[in-house]
Ligand binder design. Sequence first.
Ligand code: GLN
Length: 444
Amino acid sequence: ISPSELVQATLANIKQLNPDLNAFIAINDHVSAPQTVSQDQVLQAIPLAIKDNILTTDLKTTAGSKMLANFQSVYPATVMEKLLQAGVVNIGKTNMDEFAMGSSTETSYFGVTKNPWNAQKVPGGSSGGSAAAVASGQVLAALGTDTGGSIRQPASFNGIFGIKPTYGRVSRWGVIAFSSSLDQVGVLSRHVADSAQVLQTISGFDQRDNTSSQQAVPDFSQIKADVRGLKVAVPEEFMGAGVDAGVREQVQKGIKLLDQNGALVETVKLPHAQYAVQVYYIIASSEASSNLQRYDGIRYGYRAQDVQNLEDVYVRSRSEGFGDEVKRRIMLGTFALSTGYFDAYFNKAAQVRTLINDDFDKVFQDFDLIVGPTSPTTAFDIGSRIDDPVVMYMNDILTIPANLAGLPAASVPVGFADGMPVGLQMIAPAFKEQTIFNAAQLVE
Ligand code: GLN
């Protein structure tokens, strides 16, 4: 099969599946495949899907919002630039919760994506389109972003692998900001090895992102599915009553597999993890309220019609351009940052964040890897949680701690409960993505 045959076959498959699944917001119809493939470029001519909050120059970047429904960037994100240099074909932009705020892809302006395993179920979120595109066999890997679980939870709900690297490992330049101290770009794929290869390509220092790390990037593709002597911690808080029995059973099966292959498994405590959701919603919403100020109807994005004056431009453009969940976060964040409340909310949240991070530091003095469930449940029904934000938010309780601490974390498919996939979460010390790839390769 030639590069252009591969691209044409991929496009034909996407066009056939997308009317039902809705994994893609935009399909790159006119993309041309490279004519030749060189031996050393392992991603040369490989079609990948890109989450629609990552800037591309050949397709619009909407962030799943009416606000940016017609936004065309004039420059690509660093990650996109790196993929294109490696010969990757951007086959399309994937559906997502509006500005990556959500856990089900139901807040997208472009309609919900369906879970390929069961069309009644959500694909998870916010990278639900990327996960569904991979799980349904449309692409072998896709880029996603993860602020509080948006790669790992959809990977778990779709029975695929998904990894969020260490904060700073991958450039955020050209990625539409949600919460700058938490956002990271990562990869979703059917196989662990493919994520390793793509992560390898997009990682590394970028002077255009001032939180980008100078740490050398190891060759992630050198995977050894070997866990002998690996010290594995299972936080008891991750296996409690809030986790569905079916999920716990599959996760225990995965842990047993590590144990049988020579890992040393012990139970530990992460006492402050129980506050992660509350801390996250103050910090993430505060940062979002600041990041989203730029959508004012003047510089770019949606502008309301028939306006009376400047104030009217701002108010009506934002009122009409943003959806309910985004407005809820902006209001929450503006409140938490306002005079008189800053100390009680934002500052307090920042302090508890430090305690959560200290818990991880302590565990990693004695262990190489933390494992547990990715999500307390399997994929839930479309429409069942969208009207209850608190129930929706609590779904992320197991993924958020790794973002608050900036740690690399992944979800590996481990089995099924009631016919839906279950993911095993792996969290490693900063810059130890390789430990995750090695252990995940054994479990997958
Ligand atoms: N579900 C979480 C939220 O709604 C996390 C989203 C994400 O990681 N982008 O904020």
